[in-house]
Design a protein around this ligand. Sequence first.
Ligand SMILES: Cc1ncc(COP(=O)(O)O)c(C=O)c1O
Length: 381
Amino acid sequence: MTGRRRIQIAQPVLGEEEWQALREPIETGWLTQGPKVAAFERAFADRHGVRHAIACSSCTTALHLILAAMGIGPGDEVIVPSFTWVATANAVLYCGAHPVLVDVDRATYNIDPGVIADRLTPRTRAIIAVHLFGLCADIDAIAAAAPGIPIVEDAACAAGASYKGQPAGSLGAAAAFSFHPRKSITTGEGGMVTTDDDRLAELVSRARNHGGSISEEQRHRGPKPYILPDFDMLGFNYRMTDLQGAIGLVQLGKLDRFIDERAGWADYYRRELADLGWLRTPLAPGNSRHGWQAFTCYVDEPRAPRSRNEIMDRLETLGIATRPGTHAIHMLGYYRDRFGLGPDDLPGARDCDRCSVSIPLHNRMSADDYAYVVEALHRID
Ligand SMILES: Cc1ncc(COP(=O)(O)O)c(C=O)c1O
């Protein structure tokens, strides 16, 4: 192994079609939310089997918009798995509500439905089900544990994934997607809310545009473009630009190919790494279509030749980028100090924080790259 190779943890696939898609917004000068965003929204809603898709600036703002539109505020509680990107819980705090951090299942990395019932109170207003790394959370078990409590999907990693044949994004009251470049499809930054609820869609759509009663596009194309709309609710500027919308539309057309390709290489990794007793490769239950945003393994440290961090170090010197799966929110300084939490309060999330490692899986890798990663992992002693 030479160590001269460099394999990134993620690399978007952008090319000629995306360049061409940018031509129209640049030539017409329509740069902010407009016809390209509208087309992207329509196509995204169709692909994910929902009535509404509302584009915004990130998954973080998508989550904030959903919770705000649900009327969640001070005094309310929202259940959040602790092993997820910090934005999931931050969105609850933006609303002035309390994120009730709960533990995750070490096997799936997703919320452990078995711990939910004990954390429900009369103030519980929603559960955020995170589909971490592209694997859908067990929505049926979550719904059974908390009858009547709305489920919000954090589908940041789950574009194109499905659960028991139903697309991510259509499994709860509403869902939030991310188009950050580490996701399967990207618009640079970007997010999407999906929902079947007409009223929620209307509120989200207005709130992302300062709370205006009609969009800029409706106003400009309407009979009296010189009249400003009313602003009768508190809103934000969380819009997606038409440049991003144009790229998103092209990327969405490639989503299934990207996932199929990743699924093929995920199978390869699972086969080729099966003999490493100390490395547990991710689960891919037969009843779900994994979105394969990341290939996140679990280092069984008592059996491993080295610690997780030493293994990451070793791979880095061989030119292979890795990352911890994500972090445990209850161990992050802000949450630890504000809520007086310790690592052992949520041991599943703690262990995933310490032992998970994502190895490269993306659509710019060659067969040689995959073989190189497999060989490097076998050489760790
Ligand atoms: C599970 C999860 N939720 C939310 C986010 C936030 O997404 P964005 O960067 O689009 O705001 C991420 C991003 O990594 C994520 O992984």
